[in-house]
Ligand binder design. Structure first.
Ligand SMILES: Nc1ncnc2c1ncn2[C@@H]1O[C@H](COP(=O)(O)OP(=O)(O)OP(=O)(O)O)[C@@H](O)[C@H]1O
Ligand SMILES: [Mg+2]
Length: 382
């Protein structure tokens, strides 16, 4: 399945943005323009399926921190503030609206989001079928026989229906949509500092999918290197670090280390001694050459610590990975985005910040306005 559209409103610097997505999406913009905010918005939407929505929001500062803090129009002021995410994945549209819990919960829970709206539609031949409709805790869903019925499973108002699904036979389409989401992969940041767990000995465990923070880089690379076809990895390594060799050593189940040898230097380095940029690139190799590529792969600022000479090899890795996965790459580097454009014709989505608000360059304010949400009745406190 492919992510076609992503609409966000009221989330941090994103007052109202509508993205039309392609197979490769390079999102560029200056510091503070909202690249990471967009990435986080997509990550949070996917968290709804995995059951981590509320905890992820609290980890990033809670509802007060994530709600758009800039100006609101008179029309917007008539409604309670909301964070709204809407995605279109092939023939399905999934909408979430989140509000504050201030009025109904003790102060201890005020950072927690309340799910005010959660809808899933099937859209085929211009026809829109409601598969899930939620307004606060009033929930109805279409079952396998095509009947709309009240969804009776007990759930909390900060939990998504998707994450709580337990009856795949009763709700096959909801379950299938959730499964799609669970396959999405996000890499936010690889820690390359001296104390990073990436630099320590790791477990010798088959790892076709590297963890979101790269903490199992060594077994993830070992899984690629010892696969039946390590050629892609060896070619990509040669292109980035000509003449370098990588090997994996282990003396027991939790002592796997990666060794790297560079031409002209007799010493063999292990992960604790590699430069930040080299370690970052090894993480990118493991993410983009995964033995089990996901349907959708997002990487935030992959160029961190990399010398510009590595941008072209990285662009090639991205382009090759796009044959199996739809890609979302947020980057400071126009040069990286230009390499991808030259190789594929996919032009980047350029962000700018105007009056504190993230905007897509070349899109006039209001042109992609998702204001239909504002008219939606989403609960008692609008
Ligand atoms: N609740 C909020 N309301 C409005 N703006 C916010 C809110 N929270 C954060 N911001 C703005 O979002 C901006 C940060 O956006 P983000 O981290 O996405 O930028 P970026 O493009 O990734 O920048 P960098 O290139 O430095 O990583 C900050 O400048 C801040 O002003
Ligand atoms: Mg950023």
């Amino acid at each position: 399945m492919a992510l076609k559209d992503f609409k966000i409103s009221g989330y941090r610097s994103i007052r109202d943005v509508w993205l039309k997505l392609k197979q490769i999406n390079m999102i560029v913009g200056p510091n503070g323009s909202g690249k990471s905010n967009l990435y986080r918005a997509l990550y949070l939407t996917s968290c709804a399926a995995a059951g981590r929505l509320a905890s992820s929001i609290v980890e990033e500062g809670g509802m007060e921190s994530i709600l758009w803090a800039g100006a609101r129009s008179r029309k917007e002021m008539e409604h309670a503030p909301r964070v709204r995410f809407s995605i279109r994945v092939n023939d399905y549209e999934y909408n979430l609206a989140l509000g504050r819990a201030d009025d109904i919960r003790p102060p201890f829970f005020h950072d927690d989001p309340l799910i005010k709206v959660e809808d899933l539609f099937r859209i085929k031949n211009g026809h829109r079928t409601t598969l899930l409709r939620r307004r606060n805790l009033r929930i109805s869903a279409k079952d396998a026989k095509g009947n709309d019925s009240e969804y009776t499973l007990r759930m909390s108002d900060n939990e998504s229906v998707l994450s709580g699904l337990r009856e795949p036979l009763t709700y096959p389409e909801l379950t299938m949509f959730r499964q799609e989401f669970l396959d999405w992969r996000f890499y936010h940041h690889f820690r390359t500092d001296q104390e990073s767990p990436l630099r320590r000995p790791q477990r010798s465990l088959m790892t076709p999918i590297m963890a979101h923070n790269g903490k199992d880089l060594v077994p993830a690379l070992a899984t690629i290197i010892y696969s039946s076809n390590p050629t892609k990895f060896l070619n990509a390594l040669e292109e980035a670090f000509p003449g370098a060799e990588v090997s994996i050593q282990t003396k027991g189940p939790a002592s796997a280390t990666l060794k790297m040898k560079f031409p002209g230097v007799s010493k063999i380095f292990d992960t604790s001694e590699l430069s930040d940029g080299t370690l970052q690139y090894l993480c990118l190799l493991a993410a983009l050459l995964s033995e089990r590529p996901p349907a959708f792969l997002a990487i935030n600022e992959p160029e961190t610590s990399l010398h510009p000479r590595l941008y072209e090899p990285l662009a090639r890795l991205i382009v090759n990975a796009s044959h199996q996965s739809q890609l979302w790459i947020t980057t400071h580097s126009q040069e990286l985005a230009d390499h991808v454009l030259d190789m594929t014709g996919y032009s980047p989505l350029e962000l700018e910040k105007i009056d504190g608000e993230t905007r897509l360059k070349g899109v006039r304010l209001g042109e992609h306005n998702s204001k239909e949400y504002l008219d939606e009745d989403d609960g008692e406190d609008t």
